[in-house]
Design a protein around this ligand. Structure first.
Ligand SMILES: Cc1cc2nc3c(=O)[nH]c(=O)nc-3n(C[C@H](O)[C@H](O)[C@H](O)COP(=O)(O)OP(=O)(O)OC[C@H]3O[C@@H](n4cnc5c(N)ncnc54)[C@H](O)[C@@H]3O)c2cc1C
Length: 351
């Protein structure tokens, strides 16, 4: 079986690896420059920011077993206990003792998917596996193969806008956020039943602010900021803050990643990024007490960030068409949900 996997986040890579391990041929297409999707790490001159997933937890024994193969890139991350009150005594931010261990990948969150994706990127190093990966390649259409109508072909768009068609796929996996999977199926005029199944799923957006204070390490400024490393927040603009340097294997420059609240993000989704940045900086100052102007401040908009209403089953697969859908949105909003979804889809396809 030759399977095309569209999207190389956690779900796509988990699915592709499982298919490879079962002896099938896999071609992965990813529109970004690297693997990881929303397990994302942005590198800057002031150090890296995990601007997507902040950490992950482990509940399913299959995820735990898979992580044993990634011990070099996974580290526990201890979040300090904290309670920040506003001037009226209301809780503004807090991190109670975690109920379960938090883990991060190193050197950044994208490191875990990058590690598991090695056989897809360099199959020759892994005994000549039948894999290939096209980065910076967006799939824009799925159609019946012109030469072999029982198979599929994909229309691809490169980062330079160049178009090409590749065919010969027995199955196609869409490991994408559900609106992107739905739009691709719709523009391809395919699978109304699969599209229908997505109507109840809801995923909220998220604006993310990344700030760095490289001068904070200089003598006299080392008191900058609070003495905690991460917290959830009830601030109307902000739901989460994390001090990047507190994660294992990170640069020590003082820098924070700040996630806006889902409702606030939805309301301000189309706002000018500079205005969003200004508002999130004010919220950040109110919570942390850091009022110094950061040397580096940028925002990133995630249109599809956190699942609010999941599909309620691990994946979708139309055996007759040979089309499958997976992603975190099938089960929830966590990295582990994406892994299990990709795994389960692959297992059904090979079963
Ligand atoms: C701000 C934020 C904070 C989060 N915090 C946490 C957290 O603390 N803990 C946690 O467990 N989870 C967290 N998550 C959720 C976690 O990141 C996701 O559950 C997980 O990474 C989703 O993986 P996925 O493979 O399903 O999707 P994605 O990671 O979105 O992968 C989809 C991939 O498809 C690619 N793609 C899209 N369209 C195309 C196309 N047409 N052609 C080719 N490629 C395409 C994308 O570039 C992307 O790489 C967070 C997410 C966000 C955004």
């Amino acid at each position: 079986m030759h399977v095309a996997v569209v999207g190389a986040g956690m779900a796509g890579v988990a699915c592709a690896r499982t298919l490879l391990q079962a002896g099938h041929q896999v071609s992965v297409f990813e529109k970004s420059r690297g693997l990881g999707g929303r397990m994302a790490t942005r590198r800057t001159e002031f150090g890296s920011f995990d601007h997507g997933a902040q950490y992950f937890t482990v509940r399913d024994p299959r995820f735990a077993r898979a992580l044993l193969t990634a011990q070099d890139v996974v580290r526990p991350w201890a979040v300090s206990t904290v309670r920040v009150l506003d001037e009226l005594g209301h809780v503004l931010a807090s991190a109670p003792p975690p109920r379960e261990p938090h883990y991060v990948a190193k050197p950044g969150m994208s490191g875990l998917v990058a590690h598991w994706g090695q056989p897809l990127l360099q199959p020759e190093r892994f005994g000549g596996l039948k894999a290939r990966t096209a980065l910076e390649t967006r799939v824009v259409q799925i159609e019946r193969d012109a030469l072999h109508p029982a198979q599929w072909q994909l229309r691809l768009e490169g980062s330079d806008g160049g178009l090409q068609v590749v065919g010969g796929f027995d199955r196609v996996v869409l490991a994408l956020p559900h609106p992107q999977a739905r739009d691709l199926l719709l523009s391809s005029g395919l699978a109304p039943r699969l599209r229908q199944a997505l109507t109840e799923v809801h995923v909220a957006p998220c604006w993310t602010l990344m700030v760095a204070f490289p001068n904070a390490a200089q003598p006299g400024l080392s008191h900058l900021g609070p003495q905690w490393n991460a917290a959830r927040s009830t601030h109307h603009r902000i739901s989460w803050l994390a001090r990047e340097g507190s994660k294992p294997g990170r640069e020590q420059i003082e820098r924070w990643t700040v996630q806006a609240a889902p409702q606030w993000s939805a309301k301000h989704l189309e706002d000018d990024p500079e205005r969003v940045k200004g508002k999130l900086l004010r919220g950040f100052a109110e919570i942390t007490g850091i009022r110094a102007m950061p040397t580096h401040a940028v925002v990133h908009r995630w249109r599809f960030a956190q699942t609010q209403t999941p599909l309620g089953r691990s994946h979708l697969f139309d055996r007759e068409l040979g089309l499958g859908l997976c992603g975190d949105w099938c089960l929830g909003h966590r990295v582990e949900d994406a892994f299990i979804s990709g795994l389960e889809l692959a297992l059904e396809m090979v079963g």
